[in-house]
Ligand binder design. Structure first.
Ligand SMILES: Cc1ncc(COP(=O)(O)O)c(C=O)c1O
Length: 405
């Protein structure tokens, strides 16, 4: 291999036809952005200096062009381009300071006063809150729908419907949605489809290829992967990318280059991490199914999970987050179980290398559907610890639960 081809190694332009794992490693690593280092350095900037008034006047806030700090530096472009390359059919990616900021910017890009939004009843709580408070205040109504509605969404589409928001699997209760059927119902009607794809990432579910217009990731989870950074992204097709870009800059949205850099770093190893999360989570989910204290395990790759057949049809893998319900008992017994765990941290978020647990009560937030279960719900994020140690920890805590219930 001659010097010329060596110099172009990692040049983003060369990975379009490659397989997803290769794209994760090489995507966005253009030589013009990274120089002679493997990783693009952290470029911090507010002001960009121009050489002449003519150059300043000719400049525009466009992807990959120096303009003003808000519009990014090579550190941001490298991450955004790598994420765009992961989604066949994508025109571009915008970055945000959190996953929630990505959700809200995407919604504000596609909705105007007087519009109606169809929102899955299984959405992440703060997404719901944004609809019920902020969007309501600006004249957008939200109609919640059953996450398992599939093609039946057609019956809910009215004259004012301008967007359908999906999250698959759903937060806490893990329902897998029929994304292609819902997108087919929206197509040709001027209705935008938005998916919170944080659980699967484009590695396990390339969303735009399934018909989604705007795919949202909380990079805080698997992209960062180390529980030490907050970031969000929206990847859009050519119908929506220009509006997304304009809206995001009008809102003054940006992300610190240090955080973009951390997520670029995380992205390169996401595939191996996800496969380890997947293997351990599945093993633990199957083990939980056999435990007498467990009523049901809600893991998309297991038959008890609503929408499991759709997961089998559409997804290339499963990540490390799932839920289960305890048999009988109430909040105090669940608390005793959770507090008996030693290796599972008690805290919000997920997608890092460490295992986490949270108690969850979906019955308090659902409006379109009723959540009913034999006992209280527990959500687990399975980290990269040895799964034997995690099983031993869970077994001991289930023993404490039995003693309490
Ligand atoms: C499914 C889902 N979407 C979005 C978010 C928001 O991401 P962030 O915490 O980066 O704001 C979360 C956070 O837990 C989430 O679970």
């Amino acid at each position: 291999m001659g010097r010329r081809s060596r110099d172009s190694q990692g040049d983003g332009a060369g990975v379009k036809d490659k397989r997803p794992d290769t794209k994760l490693v090489h995507g966005g690593r253009r030589k013009e952005w990274r120089g002679r280092t493997v990783a693009p350095p952290v470029h911090r900037a507010s002001t960009i200096l121009f050489d002449s008034v003519a150059e300043m006047r000719a400049a525009a806030p466009r992807f990959g062009q120096y303009y003003y700090g808000l519009h990014g530096t090579p550190t941001h472009w490298a991450l955004a381009e790598a994420l765009t390359e992961m989604e066949p059919g994508a025109a571009g990616t915008m970055l945000y300071s959190s996953g929630l900021a990505a959700v809200t910017a995407a919604l504000l890009s596609v909705l105007s006063a007087g519009d109606e939004l169809l929102m899955t009843d299984s959405a992440y709580g703060p997404t719901r809150r944004f609809c019920d408070t902020f969007l309501k205040r600006y004249g957008v109504t939200t109609l919640y729908y059953d996450p398992l509605i599939g093609a039946g969404i057609s019956e809910l589409i009215g004259e004012r419907t301008k967007a359908i928001f999906l999250e698959s699997p759903g937060s806490l209760t893990m329902e897998v949605q029929d994304v292609p059927a819902i997108c087919a119902a929206a197509k040709g009607k001027g209705i935008a489809t938005l998916l919170d794809n944080t659980w699967a990432t484009p590695l396990f579910f390339p969303a735009l290829a399934a018909g989604i217009d705007l795919s949202i990731l909380a990079g805080t989870k698997y992209i960062g992967g180390h529980a030490d950074v907050m970031l969000g992204s929206v990847t859009a097709n050519s119908d929506w990318y220009p509006t997304l870009e304009r809206t995001s800059w009008d809102l003054g949205q940006s992300v610190s280059p240090d955080d973009a850099w951390l997520c670029s770093r995380g992205l390169r190893t996401m595939s191996v991490r996800l496969r380890q999360h997947e293997a351990s989570a599945l093993r633990i989910a199957r083990w939980l199914e056999t435990q007498p204290q467990v009523a049901a395990v809600l893991h998309p790759a297991l038959p008890d999970c609503p929408g499991h057949e759709i997961w089998k049809r559409d997804f290339k893998g499963a990540s490390g987050l799932f839920a289960f319900t305890l048999k009988g008992g109430g909040d105090s017994e669940r608390t005793r179980f959770i507090e008996a765990l030693e290796l599972f941290g008690l805290g919000y978020s997920w997608g890092g290398y460490e295992s986490l647990v949270v108690p969850a009560d979906p019955e308090r937030i659902r409006t379109a559907t009723r959540w009913e279960a034999e006992g209280p719900l527990v959500r687990l994020q399975i980290g990269l610890e040895d799964s034997d140690d995690l099983i031993e920890d869970l077994a001991a805590a289930l023993g404490a639960y039995r003693a309490a219930s």
